[in-house]
Design a protein. Structure first.
Length: 364
C-alpha cells in the first residue's frame, strides 16, 4: 500500500504543476492581449491627433489663402497633404498618413456666406476604433467631431456637401468635422478674418466717434447703434439696434429702430420701428413694427405692421399693413390693411371684406 500512496502523491503534484502552468499561460495570454489592445488604442489616438492636425492645417489655409475661384462652382474640393505643405499651412514633420488602420481626407467648402470652411473625414478600417480616434482628435485641438451614422449631429447638414467635394459617399462608420462647429473659437476675440459660420467674430461692436465732423459719402455703413447730431449721408447703412438723427439722407437703410426729425430715403427703408417727427419720403419701406410720421409719401411699396401718419399719407405703390392710422389717407395705387382708422380716406377703388363704419360717403 505504501508504494501506491507514493504514486498517488506524485500524480497530484504533476496535476498541480500542469494546472499552474495552464493558469500562468492564461495570465500571460490575457496580459499580452491587454497590452495589444492598449497599444491599439494608443495608435488610434495618435491617428486621431494626426487627423486633427491636418484639419487645422486646412483651416489655416482657408484663412490665409483666397479660394473664392475654386469655390465659385458651388462645390467644395479636397486638398492633399502636399498642397497644404506647399501653402505653408502644415506643421513640419506632420505624417502624410493618418495610420495603417484608417484613411483621412481634408478640403474646403463654402460656409454658405462665401467664406472658405475646412472639413475633414476620417474613415477607420477596424471596427471599434471610433472612441479612441475621437479622443485623439479632441485632444489635438478639435472642438467636436461627428459620426456619419448620427443623424442628430449638428454637422449633419454639411455631410452632403462634403460628399460632393470628395466625389463619393463617406463610410458609414466615418468621423467627420467642419470648421464652423469643429474649430475652437473665442467669443471674446475679434478675428481679423471672417470665420466660417460665425460672422459676428469678425464684426467690431464698439462705438465709432467721428470727432464731431460730418459723415458724408461713407458708402456702406454697418453698426449696432448710430447717433447723429447733425446731418448724415450714406450710400448704404445697416444698423442692428437704434438710429437717432436730426437729419438722415440715404439711398438704402436697414435698422432695428429709427428715430429721426427728418428722413429722406431714395431707395429702400427697412426698419423694425420708426418714429419721424418730420416727413418721410421713401421709394419703398418695410417696417416690421410701427411706422409713425408727421407725413408719409411712398412712391413704391410700403409694408408695415402699424402705420400712423399725423398728417397725410400718400401711397402710390402696392402696399400692405396690418393696422393703418392717419389723418388723411390718399391712395392711388393698391393698399391692403386689416384695420384702417382715418378722418378722411380717398381711393379710386376700395374693397372691404369686413365691416366699414363711416360718417359720410361719396360715390359709394
Amino acid at each position: 500500500m505504501r508504494p501506491l500512496r507514493r504514486y498517488r502523491r506524485g500524480a497530484g503534484a504533476l496535476v498541480a504543476v500542469l494546472l499552474l502552468a495552464a493558469l500562468a499561460g492564461a495570465a500571460l495570454a490575457a496580459h499580452y492581449t491587454a497590452r495589444d489592445e492598449a497599444r491599439g488604442r494608443a495608435l488610434d489616438r495618435e491617428t486621431g491627433r494626426t487627423f486633427a492636425a491636418w484639419v487645422l492645417a486646412a483651416h489655416r489655409a482657408s484663412q490665409e489663402r483666397d479660394f473664392a475661384a475654386r469655390l465659385a462652382g458651388g462645390t467644395g474640393f479636397a486638398l492633399t497633404p502636399a498642397e497644404l505643405r506647399a501653402f505653408g499651412a502644415a506643421p513640419p514633420g506632420l505624417p502624410g498618413r493618418s495610420g495603417k488602420d484608417a484613411a483621412f481626407a481634408v478640403g474646403i467648402l463654402d460656409d454658405g456666406a462665401g467664406v472658405g470652411m475646412a472639413f475633414g473625414v476620417l474613415e477607420p478600417d477596424r471596427a471599434g476604433a471610433l472612441p479612441a480616434l475621437r479622443e485623439g482628435a479632441l485632444d489635438a485641438g478639435l472642438a467636436a467631431v461627428a459620426e456619419a451614422g448620427d443623424a442628430a449631429a449638428p454637422m449633419t447638414v454639411r455631410l452632403p456637401a462634403i460628399e460632393r467635394a470628395l466625389g463619393r459617399p463617406v463610410a458609414a462608420d466615418a468621423l467627420y468635422v467642419t470648421a464652423d462647429a469643429g474649430i475652437r473659437y473665442r467669443d471674446d476675440t475679434l478675428y481679423r478674418r471672417p470665420q466660417p459660420g460665425r460672422p459676428w467674430l469678425n464684426r467690431m461692436e464698439t462705438g465709432l466717434d467721428a470727432g464731431g465732423r460730418d459723415l458724408a459719402d461713407a458708402g456702406a455703413v454697418t453698426a449696432l447703434s448710430a447717433t447723429v447730431s447733425g446731418d448724415a449721408a450714406a450710400g448704404g447703412a445697416t444698423v442692428d439696434a437704434d438710429v437717432d438723427a436730426a437729419r438722415l439722407d440715404a439711398r438704402s437703410l436697414e435698422a432695428g429702430e429709427l428715430d429721426a426729425a427728418g428722413l429722406a430715403v431714395s431707395a429702400e427703408l427697412l426698419v423694425g420701428s420708426a418714429r419721424v417727427a418730420g416727413a418721410v419720403r421713401t421709394r419703398s419701406a418695410a417696417v416690421s413694427g410701427r411706422l409713425q410720421a408727421a407725413a408719409l409719401r411712398a412712391s413704391g411699396r410700403l409694408t408695415a405692421g402699424t402705420l400712423a401718419a399725423a398728417g397725410t399719407a400718400t401711397i402710390t405703390g402696392a402696399s400692405s399693413v396690418r393696422s393703418l392710422e392717419g389723418e388723411t389717407l390718399a391712395v392711388t395705387g393698391r393698399l391692403r390693411a386689416r384695420r384702417i382708422a382715418a378722418t378722411g380716406a380717398y381711393g379710386p377703388r376700395a374693397r372691404v371684406s369686413g365691416a366699414m363704419t363711416v360718417t359720410r360717403c361719396d360715390g359709394c
